[in-house]
Ligand binder design. Structure first.
Ligand code: AMP
Ligand code: MG
Length: 489
């Protein structure tokens, strides 16, 4: 094997291990029987500076399976806590290990994590393993979000382990290689706040500032600014989710990244029929994480984050609470402003007029009453083809369309630019639930990864409005059974 093959381009640093020891446990992956590479993200591999050919060879696959460690890796399981459905719990990487931080050729620092790599000290009763379906699902959805221009952790590869794991049924085991700008969660702060001292909290906050918010890292008010920046990042993220109908499904505080990336794709799915109350997750019985609740849950999680920072914000607790409250109170306005701007773009509206919000809300109301598909309504408005959906024949819509067109005609921007704005804001395709299922079924039941490959290609540029995408924009035949998703643990 040549030098490149051995090194494969791994260029690890391990800065996290300089944090307080209670934040992680050094631990090696548990080897698996007969790993097989089933999906590899070649463009991401290249971006990371990895040699694509050697990743596909035996040694590369052994590394992606956790059977061998790449040069420079010091694997750790990270400790974190979190509010799960509102209840505080001690968690941690129960089935994942951070191999290290890859420094890319461009100098970016990205976590490389194996998910499904075996038991850790944080596994509790779990087996530390993952099964194939949810790992492929995470791969598809994270790469789809990336294609949509939404901050997200990425997926480098999925390998099957050659082992079977016991759930309700016996399922093939798999390991996903996740790439993230870090795995620091709101829950990481909650952990150190609950089990550490103020010095340890300060170390985590300083580390986070250096890693994610270097521009404010030397400011006297840096902890308050950290809170402000994280609030802004989450408002941006959740606005982007809402604008494409993405429902995360399990917005527990351990699943909220301080970097502002989408993370942990268990029961997530994209809304089809527009209904603010949409919930897909089988375990979300009260609709806590329904589509319409995502912004306020975001604010709730950020309040939990703010609580952890209180000792750093001010020596006087009351003053600290006041400072934190002021920041949290801004979330709604920041979010609402971003959402409105995003909706304007979806409708080709430049500039701002007071009536804009009412135009937007009217359309959403009509969409809801006519059970219109969220993505395809905006797609139709973008391409100007109003057929095949009952909403378009309704008087309400025809009247609304006149009002909308009058708004467009009032602006001094050429019509073409308006259209372009809409094309850049309204995806022609999203990972539709039946298409996700189709890809997973082909892979899981028949070992056919071609369906998933083609789907991923379509999703990589959702704003292309290409011929190939038309088929993927279509809805499935109507079904009596509501779509349900599962946590995938
Ligand atoms: P999640 O629902 O993926 O956010 O996971 C919640 C918690 O359960 C995390 O601490 C996971 O590490 C842990 N967990 C999930 N699946 C397993 C498993 N099979 N074995 C051990 N721990 C797990
Ligand atoms: Mg999680």
């Amino acid at each position: 094997m040549n030098e490149k093959g051995l090194n494969m381009g791994w260029n690890f640093d391990n800065s996290y291990i300089h944090l307080p020891k209670k934040l992680y446990t050094q631990q090696e992956p548990t080897p698996v029987n007969s790993p097989k590479l089933v999906v590899l993200n070649k463009s991401l591999a290249k971006f990371l500076g990895l040699d694509v050919d050697s990743l596909q060879e035996n040694i590369g696959v052994e590394i992606l399976a956790g059977n061998r460690l790449p040069k420079g890796s010091i694997p750790i399981a990270q400790a974190y806590a979190g509010h799960q459905f509102g209840y505080f719990t001690m968690l941690g990487d129960g089935r994942a290990l951070l191999l290290g931080e890859q420094i890319t050729p461009k100098g970016e620092r990205l976590d490389i994590q194996l998910k499904g790599s075996g038991r850790t000290v944080y596994s509790r009763g779990g087996d530390g393993r993952a099964h194939l379906g949810p790992m492929l699902r995470e791969y598809i959805i994270s790469e789809a979000l990336h294609g949509l221009g939404i901050p997200t952790t990425r997926s480098l590869a999925v390998i099957t382990t050659g082992e079977f794991i016991e759930r309700r049924e016996t399922l093939p085991g798999a390991i996903l290689t996740r790439v993230a700008s870090s795995h620091i969660r709101v829950g990481t702060f909650q952990y150190i706040s609950a089990y550490g001292n103020i010095e340890e909290l300060r170390q985590l906050a300083e580390y986070t500032l250096q890693r994610h918010y270097p521009d404010i890292a030397s400011d006297d008010d840096r902890y308050l600014l950290l809170l402000r920046e994280v609030i802004k990042k989450q408002a941006e993220l959740i606005a982007k989710w809402q604008l494409v109908g993405f429902i995360h499904g399990v917005m527990n505080t351990d699943n909220m990244a301080i970097s502002g990336e989408s993370i942990d794709f268990g029961p997530c799915a994209f809304m089809d029929t527009y209904d603010p109350k949409t919930v897909f997750s089988s375990i979300d019985r009260n609709g806590r994480y329904a589509y319409e609740n995502q912004p306020q849950i975001g604010a709730w999680n950020l309040a939990r984050f703010a609580e952890t920072l209180l000792p750093l914000l001010h020596d006087d607790e009351d003053e600290a609470i006041e400072l934190a409250n002021e920041e949290i109170a801004n979330f709604h306005n920041i979010y609402q402003g971003l959402w409105l701007d995003g909706m304007r773009a979806k409708l080709g509206i430049w500039g701002k007029e007071p009536e804009d919000e009412s135009i937007i809300m009217k359309l959403l109301d009509i969409m809801q009453s006519y059970e219109a598909d969220f993505t395809n309504t905006f797609r139709a408005l973008t391409i100007g083809e109003f057929s095949g959906m009952k909403i378009f024949d309704s008087n309400e819509f025809i009247k609304w369309k006149e009002e909308w067109e009058a708004r467009i005609n009032r602006q001094k921007v050429p019509r073409e630019e308006s259209k372009q704005l809409m094309r850049d804001a309204n995806p022609a395709v999203i990972p539709r639930n039946h298409r996700v299922e189709e890809a997973l079924e082909a892979a899981e039941k028949r070992g056919d990864y071609g369906v998933m490959d083609r789907f991923l290609k379509i999703l990589s540029d959702p704003f292309a409005y290409s011929r190939d995408q038309e088929e993927y924009a279509k809805l499935p035949p109507p079904s009596e059974i509501p779509y349900r998703t599962f946590c995938g643990t």
